[in-house]
Design a protein around this ligand. Sequence first.
Ligand code: SF4
Length: 245
Amino acid sequence: MHVIQNNYAPKCAELAEAENSHGVFYGACNFKCAFCGMANRGDRGGDISERLIELTKSGLNFKFTGGEPTLDRRLPDHLRLVRSLGGRIFLDTNGSNPEALGKLLDENLVDVLGISVKGVTPEEAERISGRPRRLSWENVMESVRLGLSSNARTIVTLIVYGDSDAEKRLEQFYGLFRDSGRVYYKINSLFKTRRALASGLTKMDEEKLWEEIQKWTERHEDIRGRVIFVPNERAVHEFGEIRFC
Ligand code: SF4
């Protein structure tokens, strides 16, 4: 686990004026995603309470991410501490652990919940995550359902890779959550991590993907205002790089 001050640009249009989020990273992950650049980056251990308290002096946004944060038994205490200090809590998860997530949501410890979907079909999710369907699909859908029935804003994220089938994949992504409620859709371009390159995944041209996303939102008026595009690595840290439609 490690902590980085003011690391992440906010991914919600309404937070445009808000400061970046501090990043709290938990190293372990139970997935082996083909494009991952984040998992198992080690755990420095130790008590980070003092550090969290110190960070509130330079901003109240905190993003808890990984790895997979819900695997770490310290997470609930960290969230409670940040909440008690008036912090705004963003939590990223791969959605594999709805039991732990449900408890956090029941305690109202999450303001913005980001759930990454590893594919638009169960088969793709299994293949990309390297984990069985129960973890990589059924639990993820249950986590989305929990998010949508809580007070947290729920963002589902899909990484689009390859060149040929973006339109079809976006339609499938829309179809997954069309009837679920007020989900926010985040599309990430593939980042050129070592694992992505080794897996043979390719990055779609950013502007072509943006065109497809805009056409997608024109076809589905109901999602307008709820689509977020992260076109490149810079957008992770720079709000000006993120696009909304
Ligand atoms: S869920 Fe996948 S992408 Fe996220 S940290 Fe784990 S292995 Fe990496």
